[in-house]
Design a protein around this ligand. Structure first.
Ligand SMILES: Cc1cc2nc3c(=O)[nH]c(=O)nc-3n(C[C@H](O)[C@H](O)[C@H](O)COP(=O)(O)OP(=O)(O)OC[C@H]3O[C@@H](n4cnc5c(N)ncnc54)[C@H](O)[C@@H]3O)c2cc1C
Length: 372
């Protein structure tokens, strides 16, 4: 164990990874300053499907980390199962017509690694999970009863109550903040306006902007972040409890009897403007709502209430990037796909690394040094 105990940590990025790590640091007695460009959850964490899962096939370390991620949410859920923003209603997925063998293979793989996975014929869906229009399922579906979903803006608000109670300092509207370095070591954070916040360690948790924030430090992290959209509907009566991942729409329940909708087929209809903003034609948004309606029992009319478009953080090789930069001691990064599933566990493990210097074995294959 390192003999130096880090006292003051500056965290850049007010998404789920920055907020979660900040709170875990405060719980362990650190002094924390959290700085973010605009408001909290202003980027990916404010427009995430946030399906909590480790479905399908991926590297074993990534699967194990995701399972630990789901575990931490289960602990939070058990403390109060009535929170409208964190629910474990399972996940239901299916593929297009003609792909029943692909679905079977996925189910066999999930079963082989002990992931709770049930292969269902359409007529078996109603007894497994409510509110689905089984006529939308062409051949077979997989129900994963252990999965859930979270509304990240609500989770961020929940964690920020603890952040303030534990005396954290929050700096909103910091603009594009940067890491200060002296003698090769991170020494704090400078806001776009020139205000400086000295610290013993810095965490860069800037979502899709993470590679750009560490580049001036001479560190290259490949960025594979695509543009994506999340639609939130107006309230509608429904019984759906599961997150649905289907060929034309991903749908999850959302607080206030609304739905959150996502997919990728409409990406070609998104236009990026010179000021960095994005637009999409209204009829494409409505088409996603109509596709989603077909999956829900009774096919209720879904009306989009809001939609947000921006980058979905994904490192270039698809695997998470967690830990200290070898080139810049004292500077840590958190940059990952599936940051909803990993939000609580990543904050827990990173805070331990930042405060003790002990490297957590679950991050062994996710070090930023793999790119250098
Ligand atoms: C449409 C969509 C669907 C998704 N679905 C799922 C899913 O089903 N399951 C799952 O687990 N995950 C999912 N994700 C991924 C998950 O939401 C993200 O991985 C997670 O929200 C990222 O959190 P973050 O804290 O890393 O980044 P962000 O939430 O993007 O936060 C980064 C913050 O840093 C700030 N920032 C950036 N640069 C600077 C700077 N220089 N100075 C100061 N502040 C800065 C930004 O303003 C922002 O507030 C999805 C994401 C999207 C967009």
């Amino acid at each position: 164990m390192s003999s130096t105990v880090t006292k003051h940590v500056a965290v850049i990025g007010g998404g789920i990874l920055g907020v979660s790590t900040a709170v875990h640091l405060l719980r362990q007695g650190a002094t924390v300053t959290l700085l973010t460009e605009q408001g909290l959850a202003s980027e990916a964490s404010g427009r995430s499907l946030s399906w909590l899962n480790s479905a399908g096939e991926r590297s074993t370390p990534y699967h194990q980390l995701r399972m630990a991620g789901v575990d931490r949410y289960r602990t939070l859920f058990a403390a109060d199962p009535n929170r409208e923003w964190l629910q474990f209603g399972g996940g239901l997925m299916w593929n297009s017509a003609g792909q029943s063998e692909v679905t079977k293979a996925r189910h066999a793989y999930e079963t082989s690694i002990g992931y709770d996975s049930r292969l269902l014929a359409p007529e078996e869906i109603a007894s497994a999970t409510p509110g689905i229009d089984a006529s939308a399922v062409p051949e077979n579906a997989i129900f994963n009863p252990g999965e859930g979903w979270v509304s990240l803006p609500d989770l961020v608000n929940f964690l920020m109550e603890e952040f303030h109670a534990l005396g954290g300092r929050l700096v909103l509207n910091a603009g594009k903040a940067s890491v200060m370095v002296d003698g090769g070591r991170a020494t704090g954070v400078e806001t776009a306006g020139g205000a400086t916040y000295p610290a013993d360690a810095v965490l860069v948790a800037c979502g899709a902007a993470t590679p750009a924030v560490v580049r001036p430090l001479g560190v290259e992290i490949p960025n594979g972040s695509p543009v994506s959209m999340l639609v939130v509907t107006k309230p509608v009566e429904h019984q759906v409890a599961a997150v649905m991942n289907t060929p034309r729409a991903a749908v999850r329940p959302n607080p206030g009897n609304t739905f959150a909708l996502d997919h990728d087929w409409y990406e070609e209809h998104i236009t990026e403007h010179a000021d960095g903003s994005f637009t999409i034609p209204d009829d494409v948004v409505q088409e996603l709502a109509d596709e989603s309606s077909r999956l829900i029992a009774g096919n209720p009319e879904l009306k989009p209430a809001s939609w947000k478009i921006g980058y979905k953080p994904i490192p270039g090789d698809g695997e998470p990037v967690f830990g200290e930069l070898g080139q810049v001691p004292g500077c840590f990064v958190a940059f990952t796909h599936s940051g909803a599933t990993l939000g609580l566990i990543a904050g827990e493990l990173l805070s331990g690394e930042i405060l003790t210097g002990d490297k957590h074995p679950m991050f062994a294959t996710f070090r930023p040094g793999r790119f250098s």
